[in-house]
Design a protein around this ligand. Structure first.
Ligand code: SAM
Length: 232
């Protein structure tokens, strides 16, 4: 169960209506039952239900079962596409251990607005289901130009482009620890964006194979290739 509060021995955690409904209404749990809880900062904790009402309740934190497990320092930057496919990308990025998820507006981006709170909730659900102790932050929609202008020193960029040939062989040779993957929108990157991205010293242009993948497939494929070459 994901909660916002800090976790520590003896800490009590008030439950909001949705949490109470899930634990007591759906899961049929009662006072004294165990619940594993995380907040994305303090690891995973074994808690027990101390109050169980229909609309609220409380847990007591007993002991830590897992420390916080930070994922590798990998950002997934992607141009938002249709709603369900954007949700899919966020869910899979959180499952696969992205540290940060950055929606990026490119020239051909289909959707100019995102619901950051909804996407963040998807990231929480994905972390919950895969037993993670960390929840990646979903950043606000950022223009590609601004993202590149404010690019942090030392972070490398795996720029995925279907116009590239040959696989990502050179990635494994890198000793950099901070990375980002960039996936374009349905229409791909413009020629101007391609030229700009290829000229950047921190960018490594990568092919994901000879076929043009859907953006959501490309995000999963790119994360898999990155994990294989550089993840732990
Ligand atoms: N029209 C399809 C869609 O609706 O999703 C294809 C979109 S494809 C142009 C979207 C992005 O996926 C590209 O900008 C690129 O970042 C990535 N991509 C897809 N296939 C790729 C490949 N073979 N190699 C590298 N990147 C790829």
């Amino acid at each position: 169960l994901y909660v916002e509060q800090g976790l520590g021995e003896g800490q009590t955690i008030p439950l909001v209506r949705d949490q109470a409904h899930y634990l007591f209404g759906v899961m049929r749990m009662a006072v004294g039952d165990p619940v594993l809880v995380f907040n994305g900062r303090d690891g995973e904790w074994y808690c027990e239900i101390s109050i169980a009402n229909k609309r609220n309740g409380e847990l007591v934190c007993c002991k830590q079962t897992k420390p916080l497990q930070m994922p590798p320092d990998l950002w997934l930057c992607f141009a938002p596409i249709k709603k369900a496919r954007t949700d899919f990308i966020v869910e899979k990025a959180a499952e696969m251990g992205a540290a940060r998820i950055v929606p990026v507006a490119t020239e051909f981006t289909n959707s100019e607005r995102i619901r950051q709170d909804r996407l963040q909730a998807h990231a929480v659900e994905a972390a919950e289901q895969c037993g993670g102790t960390y929840v990646p932050e979903v950043a606000e929609l950022t223009k590609l130009e601004r993202l590149l202008t404010e690019w942090p020193d030392g972070r490398q960029l795996m720029f995925c482009d279907e116009a590239e040939v040959g696989a990502a062989k050179q990635l494994a040779a890198s000793s950099a620890k901070q990375w980002a993957i960039l996936i374009g929108p349905e229409g791909g990157f413009s020629e101007g964006e391609r030229a700009k991205l290829k000229s950047l010293p921190f960018a490594h242009v990568v092919s994901l194979g000879p076929r043009i993948l859907r953006a959501d497939t490309a995000a999963v494929a790119a994360m898999t290739i990155w994990q294989q070459a550089l993840g732990d």
